[in-house]
Ligand binder design. Structure first.
Ligand code: AMP
Length: 213
C-alpha cells in the first residue's frame, strides 16, 4: 500500500507520517527532510535550496524531481508514504510517469484540511531538535522544560521557515501551486479528504479507517 499525504503546511503530514511509520511500518519519503539534509551537508543542492526554503517558496520542480528519481527506485516492494511530494501538478505528472516506469502505483492521496488560523498557530509555535527528530509545540505539546528536548536535552530551535513572516509566503505558495493537486487526485479517483483538525490520534484513526489496513 502506497500513500500520499498532502495539504497546507502545518496540516499534520509529518505527524501522521511518523505515526504510520511507527505503527504500520511504512517507509517515510519526505522531500522537505531530504532538502534539509542536503542543507546540513552543505551540498550544492543544499546551498541552492536554502535561500528558497528560508523565504517560504517552493524549490523548482526540476531540482525536486531529479532529487526524488533515484530515491523512489529504492522504494520498490515496500509500503511507503510520500510526504510533501508532489507539491505541484508538474511534480504529480512526473511522479505518475516515474511510478509507472517502476511498476509502482499510489493507492490513496490523503488531503488533510485545516483552517488557516490554526495552521498559523501550529507552525509558529512549533519547536524541534536541530535534526527535526523530536518535535514540540509551545502551546499544544510543550516539552517539560521550555526550550529543551525531553529526550536528548538539546536546545530546541524554530525552523527558519516557521517564522511568522515566512508562514504567509508558504501559504501563498501552497494556494498557488499545491492546492490544485486536490482536483488532480480527485480525477484519478484516489483522493480521500480528511479533516485535519483535532488531536493527532483522532486524525490518525480517520486515516487508518479509510485504508482497511
Ligand atoms: P516541508 O518539510 O514538507 O514542509 O517542506 C519545507 C520546504 O521545503 C517547503 O516550504 C519548500 O520550500 C521545500 N519543499 C519540500 N518539498 C518540496 C517539493 N515537493 N517541491 C518544492 N519544494 C519543496
Amino acid at each position: 500500500m502506497n500513500l500520499l499525504l498532502f495539504g497546507p503546511p502545518g496540516a499534520g503530514k509529518g505527524t501522521q507520517s511518523a505515526l504510520l511509520v511507527e505503527r504500520k511500518r511504512f517507509i517515510h519519503f519526505s522531500t522537505g527532510n531530504m532538502l534539509r539534509e542536503a542543507i546540513r551537508e552543505g551540498s550544492e543542492l543544499g546551498k541552492k535550496a536554502k535561500s528558497i526554503m528560508d523565504k517560504g517558496s517552493l524549490v523548482p520542480d526540476s531540482i525536486v524531481i531529479s532529487l526524488v528519481e533515484d530515491e523512489l527506485k529504492k522504494l520498490k516492494g515496500k509500503n511507503f508514504i510520500l510526504d510533501g511530494f508532489p507539491r505541484t501538478v508538474t511534480q504529480a505528472e512526473a511522479l505518475d510517469e516515474l511510478m509507472s516506469k517502476l511498476g509502482l502505483s499510489l493507492d490513496r492521496a490523503f488531503f488533510l484540511s485545516v483552517p488557516q488560523d490554526l495552521i498559523v498557530r501550529r507552525l509558529t509555535g512549533r519547536r524541534m531538535t536541530k535534526d527535526g527528530r523530536h518535535v514540540y509545540h509551545i502551546e499544544f505539546s510543550p516539552p517539560k522544560k521550555m526550550g529543551v528536548c525531553d529526550v536528548t536535552s538539546e536546545e530546541l530551535i524554530q525552523r527558519p521557515d516557521d517564522r511568522e513572516e515566512v508562514v504567509s509566503s508558504r501559504l501563498e505558495a501552497y494556494e498557488a501551486s499545491t492546492a490544485p493537486l486536490k482536483k488532480y487526485y480527485e480525477k484519478s479517483g484516489i483522493l480521500v479528504e480528511v479533516n485535519g483538525v483535532g488531536s493527532s490520534e483522532e486524525v490518525y484513526s480517520k486515516i487508518v479507517s479509510s485504508m482497511n489496513f
